[in-house]
Each structure stands twice: as structure tokens, then as C-alpha cells.
Design a protein around this ligand. Structure first.
Ligand SMILES: C[S@@+](CC[C@H](N)C(=O)[O-])C[C@H]1O[C@@H](n2cnc3c(N)ncnc32)[C@H](O)[C@@H]1O
Length: 209
């Protein structure tokens, strides 16, 4: 509640649930592509209490991993738990994060959603998490991903393919890259368009336009 009061519409998902090795198929695909790189860089955006970053570090021990969170309590847990010098945790609004770029992979898992869209059937206009906000944050993250880098998204209220940014990406195909999710999805105008759909969870950024 405090995080919402401070950051208002800039705070997307309010729930902070996370667990170790939550997305094994995606972590495996990320490892397959980045393992040959001498020093891959990965962003875990909306990292909650750090489980995603710590899991990724087990898949790719030589990677540099940055976990980014908006909730100060979560960030405190991340910092307290971390003893790995290759993992760093930063606040979403940290100056240092705003100037970071050149990531080889970005994970935005279960961040771009509001639980109230499901549990209370509120509309994006009621919660304030509109398509414009989603698209604007995607544009911001796109600037941080290298051409040829991978973007992973899951549990989102909006399809990445609807964004302008998405036009410069192609879906990646591997076991587990698509899942059937029983959850609402919304269109650009905030209309609920499906209660169940297949989500593509991994995309490859094409060369700069
Ligand atoms: C459900 S957790 C997901 C954690 C992890 N990514 C996973 O999938 O297991 C969503 C997290 O996103 C964070 N979050 C919400 N809005 C954010 C924003 N604008 N920037 C960064 N993190 C945000 C929340 O504080 C919460 O910890």
C-alpha cells in the first residue's frame, strides 16, 4: 500500500510473490543462448525478493545480473540475502538504472499486471494500469536491450505483440516458449478481450531500426 501511495500509476503489480526456479524452460533457453558469451548481462525487472536473480545466477554463474524493484521492502530483502558479487539490486528509479543499457536478456515476469483485474474484475481504467503505461515501460526497457537480445515476459495483462516496440521483435520457439494462461488479457483500449489465451513468453530483438 505504501509503495502504491508513493509511486501511484508507476507501480504495476502490487503482489510480491516469487520463488526459486519459477520459469525453468525460459531460464534454460536463456542459458543456451548466453552461455558462450564471455560476460552476459541480464536484467530481472520486477525482481521482488530476488529469487529470479538468484536462480538465473545458478543457470549462468558467469553472468552479470541486475535485479530491479520498485518496492523498498523487497529491495531490502534482496540486499540482505545477496552475497554474490555478480548480482546487484537497484531501485526502479535509481539514477544508475536509468542510464544502464546493453543487456543481453531482460526478464519482466509477472510485473505487467494488476491482480485486481482478475480478482475484482476491475478495468485498467479503474486501476490506472493502462496499455499506454505498459507500452511506455516496454519502450524504456527496449532501450536497455542489445539488438539480438532476448526479452522474456509472462503473466502480463497485455500482449507484447500489440506494442509498437514489439514490431522489432520476433517470437522465439522452444519447448515452453508458449503457455496457455487462464487469465484475462486486455486490448489497447482496456477492453477485456479473452479469459484464456496462449502467451508467447520469449522474443528476440532484431537489429536497430
Ligand atoms: C509478482 S512479483 C514477480 C517477481 C518475479 N519477477 C517472479 O516472476 O517471480 C511482481 C513484482 O514487480 C514489482 N513491480 C511492480 N511495479 C514495478 C515497477 N514499475 N518497476 C519495478 N518493479 C515493479 C512488484 O513490487 C513485485 O515485487
Amino acid at each position: 500500500m505504501l509503495t502504491r501511495a508513493i509511486y501511484k500509476g508507476g507501480h504495476f503489480q502490487g503482489e510480491t510473490a516469487s520463488f526459486e526456479d519459477r520459469y525453468p524452460e525460459l531460464f534454460t533457453a536463456c542459458k543456451a543462448r548466453l552461455e558462450p558469451l564471455p560476460s552476459p548481462r541480464i536484467l530481472s525487472f520486477g525482481c521482488s525478493t530476488g529469487e529470479e536473480a538468484f536462480s538465473l545466477a545458478r543457470y549462468l554463474p558467469h553472468a552479470e545480473i541486475v535485479g530491479v524493484e520498485i518496492n523498498p521492502w523487497c529491495l531490502k530483502q534482496c540486499l540482505a540475502r545477496n552475497s554474490n558479487r555478480r548480482i546487484r539490486f537497484l531501485h526502479r528509479n535509481a539514477k544508475e538504472f536509468s542510464s544502464m543499457e546493453g543487456f543481453d536478456a531482460i526478464f519482466c515476469m509477472a510485473v505487467f499486471q494488476r491482480t485486481e483485474h482478475r480478482t475484482e474484475r476491475l478495468s485498467p481504467l479503474q486501476t490506472g494500469f493502462t496499455f499506454e503505461r505498459f507500452e511506455s515501460e516496454i519502450r524504456f526497457l527496449d532501450q536497455k536491450l542489445k539488438p539480438g537480445g532476448m526479452l522474456f515476459l509472462d503473466e502480463s495483462d497485455y500482449a507484447f505483440e500489440l506494442t509498437e516496440t514489439g514490431r522489432n521483435y520476433t517470437p522465439l520457439d522452444f519447448p515452453g516458449s508458449k503457455v496457455l494462461r487462464k487469465r484475462p488479457v486486455f486490448d489497447r483500449d482496456g477492453r477485456r478481450v479473452a479469459e484464456e489465451s496462449e502467451f508467447t513468453r520469449a522474443f528476440l530483438k532484431q537489429n536497430s531500426l
